[in-house]
Design a protein around this ligand. Structure first.
Ligand SMILES: Nc1nc2c(c(=O)[nH]1)N[C@H]1C(S)=C(S)[C@@H](COP(=O)(O)O)O[C@H]1N2
Ligand SMILES: [Mo]
Length: 185
C-alpha cells in the first residue's frame, strides 16, 4: 500500500509536466515593477544590496514590497487607452495595461502620495486621489507590442490630457516612461 504522503508525492510528479506557465525562469515571471512603502499587502521580503543592485544604485532599500511580473500586472485586468499629445510625432498611440488604481488596490495602498519612478531616476508624485483617477494606466503594451527596455518600457504611466489639476495641455510631462518602481507614502 502507498502511504498517504507517498501517494501525494506520486500525484505531484504526475501533475508536474502538465503545469502551465509558472515555472522558475519563465520570462513572464520576471519582475518588472515593484511597489514599496505604505502598503498592506506584500509578496517579497527585504531588499538586499547585492541581489537588488539597481534599487541599491538608486539609494533605495525596503523591508518588504509587492513585486509584479508582466503576468501579474496583466492579471489585474488590461485597460485600453488611446492618447495623443501635441509633442508626439505619430498621432494618437494605443496603450494596454492595468489601472494604476488596480495596482494600488492590490497592494492595499495606505499612504497619501504615490511616487512613480523610472529607470533613469525621473520620478513624479501624485496625491493618491489623483492617481486613482480612472484615466491613469500603467501601460505594458503600446501599439500592439510589449514596451521594451531601451524604448519606453518596461512600463509607461499614461493618461489623457486634463488628468490632473494644472496639467499643461501641450506636453506629456509626468507621463513617466521606463517605470520600475512605485513608492506609496
Ligand atoms: N523616465 C522618464 N520619463 C519621462 C521623462 C524623463 O526624463 N524620464 N520626462 C518627462 C517629460 S518632462 C516629458 S515632457 C515627457 C517627454 O519627454 P521625452 O521627450 O524625453 O520622452 O516624458 C516625461 N516622462
Ligand atoms: Mo518635459
Amino acid at each position: 500500500m502507498f502511504s498517504r504522503r507517498g501517494l501525494f508525492a506520486a500525484l505531484c510528479l504526475l501533475l508536474l509536466p502538465f503545469q502551465g506557465g509558472a515555472q522558475a525562469g519563465d520570462a513572464a515571471d520576471a519582475v518588472i515593477v515593484t511597489v514599496t512603502g505604505n502598503i498592506g499587502q506584500t509578496n517579497r521580503g527585504a531588499s538586499d544590496p547585492f541581489q537588488d543592485a539597481f534599487f541599491n544604485y538608486h539609494g533605495l532599500s525596503f523591508d518588504k514590497a509587492y513585486a509584479f511580473s508582466r503576468d501579474d500586472l496583466e492579471a489585474l485586468g488590461m485597460n485600453e487607452l488611446s492618447v495623443k499629445y501635441p509633442n508626439w510625432p505619430d498621432g494618437p498611440a494605443s496603450f494596454r495595461g492595468p489601472l494604476l488604481s488596480a495596482i494600488l488596490d492590490k497592494v492595499d495602498a495606505r499612504g497619501s502620495i504615490v511616487r512613480v519612478q523610472a529607470l533613469d531616476g525621473y520620478a513624479v508624485e501624485f496625491d493618491i486621489e489623483t492617481s486613482r483617477n480612472g484615466g491613469f494606466i500603467l501601460a505594458t503594451e503600446s501599439r500592439g507590442h510589449p514596451l521594451a527596455i531601451g524604448a519606453r518600457g518596461p512600463a509607461w504611466l499614461v493618461f489623457p490630457p486634463g488628468s490632473y489639476e494644472g496639467q499643461p495641455n501641450d506636453t506629456d510631462e509626468k507621463l513617466v516612461w521606463s517605470v520600475f518602481h512605485i513608492a506609496v507614502e
